[in-house]
Design a protein. Sequence first.
Length: 224
Amino acid sequence: MDLSPLHTLSGNNGNSITLVESVDLALKILDGSQIRGKTLSVQRAKFQMKGEYDPALKPKKKKKDKERQKKMQEKLFDWRPERMRGEPLKCERIVIIKNLFTPQDFDREVQLLLEYQQDIRSECLKCGDVRKVVIYDRHPEGVAQVTFREPAEAQACVQLLNGRWFSQRKISAEIWDGKTRYKITETDEEIEARLNKWDAYLEQEDERKEQETKSSNTEQKASQ
């Protein structure tokens, strides 16, 4: 009898059939039939794990493999559309200004940080819609980052500020390369010292405003 149409593999004094349709057919036709004086027995194969499952023996993924898999998943499920051809990059809207200050300037006068931020915003508004001004006050190159709404506004800012003088310092301005990071990581001690100076400055400001209010009230009473 030719069993090849049923995808038979011989071995172990038995035959195995791999296709579901062939298994059903073999059960109907072959089970209990006589071949060469012997009775055939056909049944569905049963699979059983040898030994007990131990999850501890499962190979563990390395950290790099996990990170690689995570990045692949994020890329697959990222809903954001691809950038259209000709669409400007985000970095083309950002201007990096250098040599504005030294970190020590803010150590001596904490309020200068707000003054610099306001002065830069005011000057950059001449070029367009300023979205954000960030002062990297701990950077040794005295860096400020200005984000505009449109790339053309950023280009106008570079033309306006590059090579100009600001607080007796010659500054430079250029479009951000999209890679360089300017944030400086501080130690816990440096952060605590800076926050203490800010607290002292804010207390002085509150006292000054309170004194101005008292003086104004005194003048109003005297004029009545």
